[in-house]
Design a protein around this ligand. Structure first.
Ligand SMILES: [Zn+2]
Length: 375
């Protein structure tokens, strides 16, 4: 919207613009260099929650691609450890029987009770799953707003994440058992419907080294006094523990008085916990894939917070995305110039795939969740 001055809770408003800038630069370079090659820009819809790229992979959109290059905004700049959790989003729909909650409670069977019992069951399961796995839920339909009605219908949406697809599907089966148990206890019926799903990220060491070398050649991103002053104001709204945790996620020491990072953190930084999921993961199983993270906002800004949204169109975000475009373009040009790099990237990918079979979590018959509010 032209009048909007905000961004997105994870900085995704910057993803496409930086990639378009990079793709355009590479296209211009290809035209002048005379080298034979093609750069393709992918507009990827529904990347958050909708697994847009997973559906594109299923449709074969990446079948003729040698290398995929992307980025993500961050508080820090670098090529971090390629790690994300496989995830799947599933709606559990409970059906019971409506009745007057006071006049005939014994005739009703509450779908909302079933949802509550399911959540309790899953919360008890947490102790008995890998500490790296994650399960979250949101109440999509509580059945209504009238407490004097026994709710005949209720829907809870589950997001189940684990380090591998295999581990994730095992957890899904356990969660489904709990849902069935909750239905049995409440004499309701339950059905489940998968909405989306992403594979975990597969790294590619040759491409990561090449991207990191481009970063080092460029030097770290630089921000001006106004960018830093704004970041300081944002940090005043954060807690100290937000800032400390931000450094901790990348295995870095806290730098006092630093609101915007102007460093490049070492190749492979980042801890293998406290990470989310990305639909880039699914792409990385079918194409050698590399991505960088670039400082675009104040250190300590929580994901999915108003502070991140508020910094989405700020000066630092703009400088960060332009920097990301240069790193991505430089990496792509490096692949065009260095046949050996491409060969090594492909060899690494093939070696991994030979040992790790892949099934896209977007099954052949899964329809894209065009309306995430529908159920
Ligand atoms: Zn994100």
């Amino acid at each position: 919207m032209p009048e909007s001055s905000n961004g997105h809770g994870c900085g995704h408003n910057m993803l496409g613009s930086a990639s378009l800038l990079a793709a355009t630069a590479v296209k211009d370079w290809l035209a002048t260099s005379g080298l034979d090659g093609r750069v393709r820009y992918y507009g990827c819809p529904a990347e958050e929650g909708g697994s847009g790229k997973g559906f594109m992979v299923r449709a074969g959109a990446f079948d003729d691609v040698d290398v995929a290059i992307c980025w993500h905004p961050s508080a820090f700049t670098g090529v971090n450890r390629p790690f994300s959790l496989a995830c799947v989003e599933i709606d559990f729909l409970f059906h019971g029987r409506a009745s007057h909650a006071a006049g005939a409670p014994h005739l009703g069977r509450s779908a909302l009770d079933a949802v509550e019992l399911m959540n309790v069951g899953v919360n008890y399961m947490r102790e008995h799953m890998a500490s790296t796995a994650r399960i979250h839920y949101a109440l999509i339909d509580s059945g209504g707003i009238a407490p004097n009605v026994v709710q005949s219908k209720a829907v809870v949406r589950y997001l189940i994440r684990a380090q591998t697809l295999g581990e994730m599907w095992t957890l899904v089966e356990r969660v489904k058992k709990i849902a069935e148990g909750a239905a049995m206890m409440t004499e309701t019926k339950v059905a489940s419907k998968q909405l989306s799903g992403d594979a975990n990220l597969v790294g590619n060491a040759p491409l990561e080294e090449a991207m990191f070398a481009n970063m080092m050649r460029l030097g770290p991103p630089r921000f001006d006094a106004a960018d830093k002053a704004f970041a300081v104001e944002i940090q005043k709204t954060l807690r100290r523990e937000d800032v400390v945790a931000a450094y901790g996620r990348f295995g870095l020491e806290v730098k006092e008085g630093e609101a915007l990072s102007e460093d490049i953190y070492p190749l492979g930084s980042g801890v293998e916990t406290s990470v989310g999921s990305t639909d880039v993961g699914t792409v990385s199983w079918v194409v050698p894939t590399v991505q960088c993270r670039v400082a675009c906002y104040a250190i300590g800004t929580p994901g999915h917070s108003w502070q991140l949204v508020a910094q989405g169109l700020a000066g630092a975000a703009h400088k960060g995305l332009a920097y990301a475009a240069k790193v991505m373009a430089g990496t792509a040009i490096g692949v065009f110039q260095d046949a050996d790099l491409l060969a090594r990237a492909k060899a690494a990918h093939h070696a991994f795939r030979a040992e790790n079979p892949f099934v896209n979590p977007i099954a052949d018959d899964l329809a894209p969740p065009l309306d995430m509010a529908a159920h």
